[in-house]
Ligand binder design. Structure first.
Ligand code: ADP
Ligand code: MG
Length: 263
C-alpha cells in the first residue's frame, strides 16, 4: 500500500476555538491509482493533501507512506521524504518569479548530489515531457497560466516522485487550458504515475479512476469513477438521432472495425 491513513485527525487551534479539519479519516491509496478528492470548501481537502504530502502532521492517527510510518519521523526525515517521494502542484503555481523555467524546475534538486550537468539534462528532459522545450529560459511573467502550471508539474516530477499531489491545479485556468493540463495528467497516469487531485469540478474529476468525497473532515463516499454519480452526468450518451436506429449504424461499424483490428 502506497498511502495508508488510519483514524487521522488534524485539529487547528484558533484562540479558544478548535477546528477539526480532519476528523477521523481513514484512506488507502495503492500505486498507480488516479484519485479525485471532491467536497465543499472547508471540508478538509487541502489539509488532507498537506498531510499526505508531509507538509503537515496529523494531530492523531497514523500515516504510512510506502509501508513506513511517518508519524514518529523528525522534521529533517519528514522533509527528506517530502523532497524525494512527493510532487506537489498548487492552484497558484508557486513559481519563483525571478527564476526562469529551468531554474524553477531545478529547485528540488538543490539537496541532491547530482552533478550540475546531469541536473541540467534532467531538467531539460522533464520540461520536454510537459511540452515546454521552447520555454526553458522564460520567467513566470513571460508565460501563460497553462505554461506556468506545466513548469510547476515539471518541478513536481523532477525527483520522480512516488505520488503526484495536485490541489485544484486547474482552478486558475480557462476550460480549454484545463483540459490540456488534464490531458498531461492522463498521460502521466498511463506512464504509471500515482496521482491524487483535489477539484470542485466534475469535468476534472472524470479524468480520475476513483472519486473520494469529503465532508466535515471525513470521507463519506469512495467509489470507482463508473459508480460515482458524476460519471453518469459527464459521460451520458448523446440523445439518439431521430429515427431510432440511427445511432446503431456507426456503433456497429465501430465494433466491426475493432474486430478487424484484433483479428
Ligand atoms: P478545503 O481545502 O476543503 O477547502 P481546508 O483543508 O483548507 O479545506 O480547511 C479545513 C478547515 O480547517 C477549514 O475550516 C479551515 O478554515 C480550517 N483550517 C485550514 N488550515 C488552517 C490553519 N492553518 N489554521 C486554522 N484553521 C485552518
Ligand atoms: Mg483547499
Amino acid at each position: 500500500m502506497l498511502i495508508r491513513l488510519k483514524d487521522v485527525t488534524k485539529v487547528y487551534r484558533m484562540g479558544v476555538e478548535r477546528i477539526h479539519a480532519l476528523d477521523g479519516l481513514t484512506l488507502d491509496v495503492t500505486q498507480n491509482e488516479y484519485v479525485a478528492v471532491m467536497g465543499p470548501s472547508g471540508s478538509g481537502k487541502s489539509t488532507l493533501m498537506n498531510v499526505i504530502g508531509c507538509l503537515d502532521r496529523p494531530t492523531s492517527g497514523s500515516y504510512e507512506l510506502g509501508g513506513r510510518p511517518t508519524t514518529d519521523m523528525g522534521a529533517a526525515a519528514l522533509a527528506r521524504v517530502r523532497n524525494e517521494r512527493i510532487g506537489f502542484v498548487f492552484q497558484s503555481y508557486e513559481l519563483l518569479p525571478r527564476f526562469n523555467a529551468l531554474k524553477n524546475v531545478e529547485l528540488p534538486l538543490i539537496y541532491s548530489k547530482t552533478a550540475w550537468w546531469a541536473r541540467r539534462r534532467l531538467c531539460h528532459q522533464v520540461l520536454e515531457r510537459v511540452g515546454l522545450s521552447d520555454r526553458v529560459k522564460h520567467r513566470p511573467n513571460q508565460l501563460s497560466g497553462g505554461e506556468k502550471q506545466r513548469v510547476a508539474i515539471a518541478r513536481a516530477l523532477i525527483n520522480n516522485p512516488a505520488i503526484l499531489l495536485a490541489d485544484e491545479p486547474t482552478g486558475n485556468l480557462d476550460s480549454r487550458t484545463s483540459q490540456e493540463i488534464l490531458g498531461l495528467f492522463d498521460q502521466l497516469h498511463q506512464e504509471g504515475q500515482t496521482i491524487v487531485i483535489v477539484t470542485h469540478e466534475a469535468s476534472v474529476a472524470v479524468h480520475a479512476r476513483r472519486v473520494i468525497r469529503m465532508r466535515d473532515g471525513r470521507v463519506y463516499s469512495d467509489l470507482p469513477i463508473e459508480e460515482d454519480p458524476i460519471s453518469q452526468m459527464q459521460t451520458a450518451p448523446e440523445p439518439p438521432a431521430p429515427g431510432g436506429q440511427g445511432t446503431e449504424g456507426p456503433r456497429r461499424s465501430q465494433s466491426r472495425a475493432q474486430e478487424e483490428k484484433s483479428s
